[in-house]
Design a protein around this ligand. Sequence first.
Ligand code: SF4
Ligand code: SF4
Length: 381
Amino acid sequence: MAMTPLDASAPVGPPLWLLAELTYRCPLQCPYCSNPLDFARSGDELSTAQWLDVLRQGRELGAAQLGFSGGEPLVRQDLAELIGGARALGYYTNLITSGLGLSDAKVAAFAAAGLDHIQISFQASDPELNDALAGSRKAFRQKLAMARAVKAAGYPMVLNFVIHRHNIHQMPQILQLCEQLDADYVELATCQYYGWAFRNREGLMPSQAQLRAAESQVNDYRARLHARGAPMKLIFVTPDYYESRPKACMNGWGSLFLTVAPDGTALPCHSARLLPIDFPNVRTMSLAEIWYHSPGFNHYRGDAWMPEPCRSCEDKARDFGGCRCQAYLLTGDADNADPVCDKSPYHDRILAARTAADHARTGLDDLLYRNARNSRLLYRG
Ligand code: SF4
Ligand code: SF4
């Protein structure tokens, strides 16, 4: 959803969106997963009672939109109970899932519990590539079946494809598949480079030529849908790395979004865990204390923290200097201007990544897949 960025100097308002990352467990192993690289050493997941308490506190603070994600939220056996609890509190609820672990019975149970919205993600338009990227031989078949079950249950069909250099050539086939599935909304989200996607960036990032071709195919398809009066809506999300100004990340740090990770760590965005900041935990602090008073959530509010060129830039109230995680990953200092900005002294790192994407020869076998074994290997010792 497009939103008007907030004034960086405005007083802190309530969080409107709560993202409940219920678990880092997942049967799939997408090499672009946004989960932290060290997810395997994360602490115990919050219990059902603790999650229900987090949801209650979030609603009291003013949150109205609630996303259940992960990992794969379906591995939590208490998901229907959490959905029911959220519904009773008055949230608008959204389940973000790979479709693995879903069944007709679960779709019905979630509908009865009051779930408002389900988004299913695909890896590609054909079973071979989809299942190779997902690391599961049954993934594509299961996703197709569950997409149909979700539609049959009366939900709007919302499909998500993460786009990268290994599937971007499939854009026409992806769009045809979405139409065959009678999708209402299709999000074609080019990879954003955090977590596992950053680790695999050179093997995932499309070239500018690939990106332009895909964008033009999406625009043509959209025009044909419009001419036929077909209702399917296409949303194409371009990667930051091909922009010259950064996005207003999370609409401003600690302004609208509050994420709670599986172990109870509270974050201003789901990637922020990689930053060298001591974030609070809902096990030891109330959500109100976390949101309004914790050093982690106040760290990048306002603009007093900004160095140049952001400090004296007329756009700082529009984009807040971009993404802190991207600044940290690319420069080693999260205070820096997001290198996506062509005024940043580190913009050459973005240009170098584009050049690398033009010449990359990385195959599927060269990617580091997201699984507990690889997570432990990266952080052993
Ligand atoms: S991106 Fe893939 S591996 Fe990561 S949580 Fe989603 S389905 Fe699982
Ligand atoms: S210099 Fe900073 S505030 Fe100005 S456009 Fe670039 S990132 Fe945004």
